[in-house]
Design a protein around this ligand. Structure first.
Ligand code: ATP
Ligand code: MG
Length: 733
């Protein structure tokens, strides 16, 4: 008889990976470089736990960083149990904590229907608290306090536990008191900010042994991805939960630690062995993602960092030979965007799926040029990361309506919508409401009900209708569900009408967004689930079926992989970021370099790095020199390509660009004066007007229906309505 074959999913692993998957008992740390299959180990481990009968799906707690990893785990589990997997404890730290906290909210003075504040509301609330305490907001801007409080929360410090060593001298040593007042105010509003989700849960687990014991009984196994980026409070949470069965498996890579600005502590990796006695450490060394030149370039770059744990990384793919990493220099960011557009189109013609192409930027503002270029070329793209869709004004408004529906005591939400659309409540009217609310210690909503009879006729009627409306919609919610209710609410409140009356070119897009908003609601079981999701969502996956190029920040790209990766803007000042360097010095430089390493190692087959000689940053032209990281790339893995147009004539002047000496001796800082005297483009004398008939290379004939600076909204005869740049169309007729 032959030995029994291992199951399929194990056969797809190499020996070290298998060891990591099959070591089920006790603490385990997988410490390995990019693309070595750490995430694959975690998803396979989950499957293996179920297959071997060690745990039910609901007994495994998995912390993932990307939606992709979460999806993969869910699919694997579903395949094994033969049905869609419900009730999995799978997601980001914050999402998991929010869910746990709903069950114990009363232990920290909240009710289970507490809302989650976004940063915008957080700031407004802080300002109110500071105002009430008589702090001079001009001298001590609120974001400063927000940062101090965030830092405390990241370190798991509640108001009463700020030690002298952790204290801040913000606003003449008043930060602690303000922190306390802010937390008090959050409780009164029955709301939690992002940091609270972790902080509250850790507090509860620390102080309520019976609650902790309950969670110990539930979670037999804990899986954590991207462990290098956990902060202290997340670490405490993990350590508390893992005390029960001690079956915790963390995977990470110290070279990819890129969130110290959010409180991530790389020391968490180092203390793992100490805190979890008898922990096994497994190292993976074969990279299955990238070609040899990509790996070589990444390894050469990261070798410039000191203080690394140090790892070996070798190509594990059979077809690992491939194109060198390309470095392209260009004249300005527009030319850079054009270069990227051309290469994407070329690749697409050669059969490249756009889903496998990404543009990874250091700073958010960089995407604009690429977005415009993709729109011009008609290439579909998505901007991944952040709260983009939900950040739009109309979506925030709609969300505020739903938040009031779910919880009338949500003052911040109510304040946002009470006069949107205009209901004739001036500053005095609002002040009257606030006075009543404060004096009687009641929510604004209730204050509005009480103030109603005393208001002037117009606001009395408008506000009366709104309050009545909420009564009706609440009833409707119980009867017809959240989707119907949301659609009805947006219409009856006059909100949709407001945008229909709005004649700006953006209004139609906003109405589309509102429709999409209602569609999105349909994907959730109930309103509460949706509201939680919107507060936490990391990725806007609208129309997930169409092939799209992805744009995102390097930070958002962690854990992902693409066939073709563009890394634009490798210039001193932008990348490494001057602001980070000014704030964090040599340490920050190393983190910037890790970010570059993360960027390069996202690529499977092609990596194109570029730098522009001129760039407009916040309205000013600056000339720039190539990033020191370009010089640090090992020449044998890099091919320097000249950009198009002017860049070719100027390329020779770029310092260091074609000189791959290991390190440049000294490096001047970015000059603020325009070295090549680039002038702003003069306005076109023949400006477009609405109604003009035009021709566009790609979309054919159409009529201009909106003009926004150099962008035109055009209704094309065949291609539908599109936004294009004016220089790509010609007037006809
Ligand atoms: P990162 O550090 O970027 O998060 P990672 O270590 O988590 O990377 P994975 O994303 O798990 O790496 O794997 C990288 C790629 O290699 C994936 O496409 C994965 O499917 C593939 N891969 C992993 N292990 C193997 C293997 N044993 N055989 C073939 N392909 C593999
Ligand atoms: Mg991974």
């Amino acid at each position: 008889m032959n030995a029994p074959q291992p199951p399929d999913y194990l056969a797809r692993l190499n020996a070290e990976q298998r060891e990591a998957v099959e070591t089920l008992d006790g603490p385990l740390l997988v410490l390995a470089g990019a693309g070595t299959g750490k995430t694959r180990v975690l998803t396979t481990r989950f499957a293996h736990l179920l297959k071997t009968g060690r745990a039910w799906p609901g007994q495994v707690l998995s912390v993932t960083f990307t939606n992709k990893a979460a999806r993969e785990m869910r699919e694997r589990v579903a395949a094994i149990i033969g049905q869609p997997a419900d009730g999995l404890w799978l997601g980001t730290f914050h999402a998991l904590c929010a869910r746990m906290l709903r069950r114990h909210a009363e232990l920290v003075g909240l009710t289970s229907s507490f809302t989650i504040l976004d940063t915008d509301d957080q700031l407004r609330l802080l300002k109110q608290v500071m105002d009430a305490a008589g702090v001079d907001l001009k001298r001590w801007p609120a974001p400063g306090l927000m940062a101090v409080i965030q830092r405390w929360k990241d370190r798991g410090i509640v108001p009463g536990k700020v030690t002298p060593a952790e204290d801040s001298d913000y606003a003449n040593n008043r930060a602690r008191g303000l922190y306390e007042a802010y937390q008090q105010r959050l409780r009164e509003l029955n709301t939690a900010d992002f940091g609270d989700l972790m902080l509250h849960m850790v507090e509860i687990l620390k102080t309520h042994p019976e609650v902790l014991a309950d969670w110990h009984r539930r979670f037999r196994y804990i899986l954590v991805d991207e462990y290098q980026d956990t902060n202290l409070v997340q670490y405490y949470w993990l350590r508390l939960l893992a005390q029960g069965h001690r079956n915790i498996c963390c995977v990470g890579d110290d070279d990819q630690s890129i969130y110290s600005w959010r409180g991530a502590e790389i020391e968490n990796i180092l203390r793992f062995e100490k805190d979890f006695e008898g922990a096994r450490i497994v190292r993976l060394e074969s990279n299955y993602r990238s070609t040899k030149p990509i790996l070589g370039a990444a390894a050469g770059l990261i070798a410039h960092n000191t203080g690394r744990l140090g790892k070996t990384l070798r190509a594990g793919r059979n077809d690992a030979e491939g194109d060198k990493v390309r470095v392209v220099s260009l004249w300005d960011s527009e030319e850079e965007a054009r270069m990227v557009g051309e290469r994407v189109e070329q690749a697409q013609r050669a059969g490249q799926n756009l889903d496998e192409v990404a543009i990874l930027v250091r700073a958010g503002f960089q995407t604009r040029a690429f977005e415009e270029r993709m729109i011009t070329l008609g290439l579909p793209y998505r901007v991944v990361g952040g709260l983009r869709f939900y950040e739009r004004q109309e979506i925030r408004d709609a969300l505020a309506y739903l938040r009031v529906l779910a919880q009338p005591a949500d003052d911040l939400a109510f304040e946002r919508i009470i006069n949107t659309p205009k209901r004739g409540l001036g500053d005095t009217g609002m002040k009257a409401l606030h006075d009543i609310a404060r004096e009687q210690r009641i929510p604004l909503y209730q204050a509005a009900e009480r103030a109603l009879p005393g208001l002037r006729p117009k606001p009395r009627q408008a506000l009366g209708e709104l309050l009545q409306g909420f009564g009706r919609w609440r009833e409707l919610l119980g009867r017809d569900g959240h989707v119907v209710t949301a659609a009805t609410l947006l219409d009856e409140s006059g909100y949709t009408e407001m945008w229909k009356q709005d004649k700006s070119p953006e209004a139609p897009g906003r109405l589309d967004n509102l429709k999409e908003f209602v569609r999105a609601l349909g994907e959730f079981e109930n309103l509460a689930g949706f509201l939680d999701h919107t507060a936490l969502v990391m990725e806007n996956e609208e129309n997930a079926t169409a092939e799209k190029l992805s744009m995102m920040t390097l930070h958002a790209a962690k854990g992902l992989e693409f066939d073709m990766v563009f890394l634009p803007g490798w210039e001193e000042g932008l990348f490494p970021s001057q602001r980070s360097l000014d704030e964090g010095g040599e340490k920050a430089l190393e983190e910037e370099r890790r970010l570059a390493y993360v960027g390069i190692t996202r690529g499977r087959k092609q990596v194109v790095i570029s730098c522009a000689a001129n760039r407009r940053i916040y309205g000013n032209w600056t000339s720039s020199i190539p990033s020191r990281f370009i010089d640090e790339l090992p020449p044998e893995h890099v091919e320097v390509v000249n950009g198009a147009g002017q860049a070719r004539q100027r390329a020779a002047e770029l310092p260091g660009m074609f000189n791959h000496a290991p390190m440049m001796a000294r490096r001047p800082r970015v000059s603020e004066s325009p070295a090549w005297d680039v002038k702003e483009r003069a306005p076109r004398p023949d400006a477009m007007r609405v109604g003009q008939r035009v021709f566009h290379q790609k979309f054919g004939n159409g009529n201009v229906i909106g003009v926004d600076d150099d962008k035109l909204d055009i209704e094309f005869d065949k291609a539908g309505t599109k936004r294009v740049l004016d220089r790509f169309v010609e007037k006809i007729g």
